[in-house]
Design a binder for this molecule. Structure first.
Ligand code: GLA
Length: 400
């Protein structure tokens, strides 16, 4: 009798009361690769397998990239019982086999769906099939779901994302939940108990500082996305992150621009989701994406998002408090001219009021390391003298 009662309470709890997100899946910002930025709707199992192979052989896996996420357009139709099927021409071996292959490489499997009846690419979305889809994904071995916001007219965002969160939780399989709501309804205010990361903006595109107008919506260059992060840092924390969108490194910008983009995403404690063709990337792109010292800034255990402490005439000094009272500093040259830097650490007292941190080189002498040159530059006792090319950065780590 007692057992029946306890089982009843347990089942009730699982179904109604205790639904929550899976904790401890994203204590640092998730890292991986996603098909959308470079391949759009042209996804198939060959591409995904080859990408998984390249993530391992290029050293990206060693650098921390583990989620291999298939974005929009993998879908076929629903079967007679409503179960979603992959496109049979593009994924003939099925999703379980693909997930097994990704797992056999020591990587994790991510997939995409949408709150609406159709995805942004016009494929079947999860509306009305949330629990069925979540269970299907779990059966396929999915570890990460990106959940989009197209065709959401009339839906309450908190309700729509909570429904899928609960459906995922009910499967019992830990699945990272990536909320892709473009910041429309300020997810940073409500999504902490729902997802592990939430998009803060519309889509990124591979230019430094442009707006690409698509009629009813725009996509944004790196600087535009960066500027839209203002005021959001207080909402990021181990377990839930602001997501300024997947990276465009290796998709067409210059080396400096790619390097600046990567550095800033690390300063933002952003999810580092590569969006390039990793099978064919240049040595330079690989070196950017696998710079372990820059990645360590992104993945710092404290999980504090950086901010621009000083802004003047096209130059920004971004700072990010790190564990053990260390700091990451990123000098960003947004302008089209070379900038000369003469930075006296002792004259630039930096205060982070939101997280009660101070960088005071008058009281503490830090060692200075250049994370792109991979060189030690002395200490904060001496004035930093350097120059920065247009659309480039100098990124440093200060240690005691
Ligand atoms: C939206 C998302 C993108 C991508 C596409 C797929 O635009 O914001 O990241 O997933 O849909 O159609």
């Amino acid at each position: 009798m007692k057992i029946i009662l306890l089982t009843g309470i347990f089942l009730f709890c699982i179904n109604f009361v205790c639904a929550q997100k899976f904790e401890n899946l994203a204590l640092t910002p998730p890292m991986g690769w996603n098909s959308w930025n470079n391949f759009g709707c042209n996804v198939d199992e060959k591409l995904i397998r080859e990408t998984a192979d390249s993530i391992v052989s290029s050293g990206m896996k060693d650098a921390g990239y583990n989620y291999v996420v298939i974005d929009d357009c993998w879908h076929g139709e629903r079967d007679a019982n409503g179960f979603i099927q992959p496109n049979p021409q593009h994924f003939p071996s099925g999703m379980k086999a693909l997930g097994d292959y990704i797992h056999s490489k020591g990587l994790k499997f991510g997939i995409y769906s949408d709150v609406g009846a159709k995805t942004c690419g016009g494929k079947p979305g999860s509306r009305g099939h949330e629990y069925q889809d979540a269970q299907t994904y779990a059966n396929w071995g999915v570890d990460y779901l990106k959940y989009d916001w197209c065709n959401s007219e009339g839906l309450n965002p908190v309700g729509a994302y909570t429904t899928m969160r609960d459906a995922l939780y009910k499967t019992g399989r830990p699945i990272v939940f990536s909320i892709c709501e473009w910041g429309d309804n300020k997810p940073w205010e409500w999504a902490k108990p729902i997802g592990h990361l939430w998009r803060t903006t519309g889509d990124i595109t591979d230019c430094w500082d442009c707006e690409e107008n698509h009629g009813s919506w725009s996509s944004w260059g790196i600087m535009r996305i960066l500027d839209k992060q203002k005021g959001l840092r207080i909402h990021a924390k181990p377990g839930h992150w602001n997501d300024p969108d997947m990276m465009e490194v290796g998709n067409g910008m210059s080396f400096s621009e790619d390097r600046a983009h990567f550095s800033l995403w690390a300063m933002l404690a952003a999810p580092l989701i590569a969006g390039n063709d990793v099978r064919k990337m240049t040595k330079e792109t690989r070196e950017i994406l696998t710079n372990k010292e820059v990645i360590a800034v992104d993945q710092d255990a404290l999980g504090i998002q950086g901010f621009p402490a000083i802004t003047e005439d096209g130059l920004e000094v971004w700072v990010k408090p790190l564990a053990n009272d260390e700091w990451a500093i990123c000098f960003l040259n947004r302008s089209n001219a070379v900038k000369t830097i003469n930075f006296d650490w002792k004259e630039n007292f930096i205060k982070d009021d939101s997280f009660q941190k101070q960088l005071d080189a008058r009281k503490i002498t830090y060692k200075v390391r250049d994370l792109w040159a991979k060189k030690n530059l002395g200490t904060t006792e001496t004035i930093l003298k350097t120059s920065i090319s247009p659309h480039d950065v100098v990124m440093l780590r200060l240690t005691k």
